[in-house]
Design a protein around this ligand. Structure first.
Ligand code: ADP
Ligand code: MN
Length: 343
């Protein structure tokens, strides 16, 4: 049966312009988009050079316009029927993407804007000057990243603690580790059993394997981008992990993410397993594994926001984005070591 639904605003939007919506069941994301971004999502399916990058982007189901019919689907899933109520965005086309937060009970979410150059060739001289100034005044120019915004849940509150974009814009390079610590806080075991204490984040044994996996994925994203002649101006890494302790505990067992998965010796094994998962279009996995992946994602790492992304055949890849990914890898390595010390 085809879902028929009315969009509602995305509750968990940590960055960007207002107007991102989801379907009622929360599975799909509707984002107003300009032709450059729509073109890029279509190229992800048609351009052989983008094949390695595609697994690191959101599933793209097509575009939505006016009356709300989905068109130009890429064959990923059944056709959809969507009736938008919102009138404000009706003259713009919207992307229909997977909602990466779907399936999480308490999605801890971080948007990291990548790159040192945050304007493209189409920018006016004024915009260019403004974006150059913003990059220099923030961590972007020096490190290739800016923490755009994030949210983190605690054990008892149903609402996340939100860190708005002003924080990421105000901090210096030397404060980036502190920002990463805020997104990956360590809760003590005892507090999770004691309803008098509200604590942010997950205890070490749940947090550590998740950060290790996220670090691995970002390494693969970096390797994929390195091989492509592309400019990813203004794109972000969207990092999500489960902040609900019971779900994180249960999911960890299901995915065999024991604390040992974080040990050096297991890193390579895990990498190989995941390599197989990434390219798998065929039903090679056994059913139980598939269900676990679908019903209990513990984390997601994807590239989003391609409003100024384009292929640049013959030119080297985006050095500002490469710098940003390297900075992110170093920050995560540092946090992994710190969390390990607490184990
Ligand atoms: P903008 O061009 O306005 O910056 P983005 O594509 O960066 O738009 O999206 C803005 C915000 O919406 C992100 O910071 C993130 O919180 C949320 N978001 C975007 N895409 C997704 C997605 N596929 N799943 C879940 N959340 C998303
Ligand atoms: Mn954005």
């Amino acid at each position: 049966s085809q879902p028929s639904t009315s969009p509602i605003p995305l509750a968990a939007q940590v960055g960007g312009h207002a107007g991102v919506q989801t379907t009622e069941d929360g599975s799909l994301l509707l984002k107003p988009a300009l032709p450059v971004e729509i073109d890029f999502y279509q190229q992800l399916s048609s351009e052989p050079v983008l094949k390695r990058l595609k697994p690191w982007t959101c599933k793209f189901f097509g575009t939505l316009q006016l009356q709300g019919t989905v068109k130009e689907g890429t064959g990923e899933g059944a056709p959809l029927e969507i009736t938008p109520l919102d009138t404000a965005s009706q003259d713009k086309e919207s992307l229909v993407l997977e909602n990466l937060t779907h399936g999480f009970i308490k999605p801890n979410i971080l948007d990291i804007k990548l790159g040192t150059v945050l304007y493209d060739d189409a920018a006016s001289p004024e915009k260019r000057a403004r974006m150059e100034r913003t990059a220099k005044e923030t961590t972007s120019a020096e490190t290739g990243i800016r923490l755009t915004g994030f949210q983190v849940y605690s054990n008892y509150s149903p609402d996340p603690v939100i860190t708005p974009k002003a924080y990421g814009k105000s901090i210096k390079r030397s404060q980036l580790p502190e920002g990463i610590t805020r997104f990956f806080p360590v809760a003590t075991e005892a507090a999770s059993l004691d309803s008098e204490h509200t604590q942010l984040g997950l205890p070490v044994h749940l947090l550590l394997p998740i950060i290790v996996r996220i670090h691995q994925d970002i390494g693969r994203i970096k390797a994929a981008i390195e091989a492509i002649e592309i400019r990813l101006v203004g794109a972000s890494l969207l990092i999500i992990y489960e902040g609900d302790r019971a779900k994180a505990e249960a999911g960890q067992e299901a995915l065999k993410l024991s604390g040992a998965a974080a040990s050096e010796s297991e890193l390579e094994d895990t990498a190989e397993e995941e390599e197989i998962d990434i390219d798998d279009d065929e039903e090679t996995d056994d059913d139980s594994e598939d269900e676990e992946e679908e019903s209990a994602p513990l984390y997601q790492v994807k590239l989003i926001d391609f409003a100024h992304t384009r292929l640049v055949p013959g030119l080297q890849t985006d050095q500002g984005v490469m710098l940003g990914l390297q900075t992110t890898l170093e920050l995560l390595s540092k946090r992994i070591e710190e969390v390990r010390q607490l184990a």
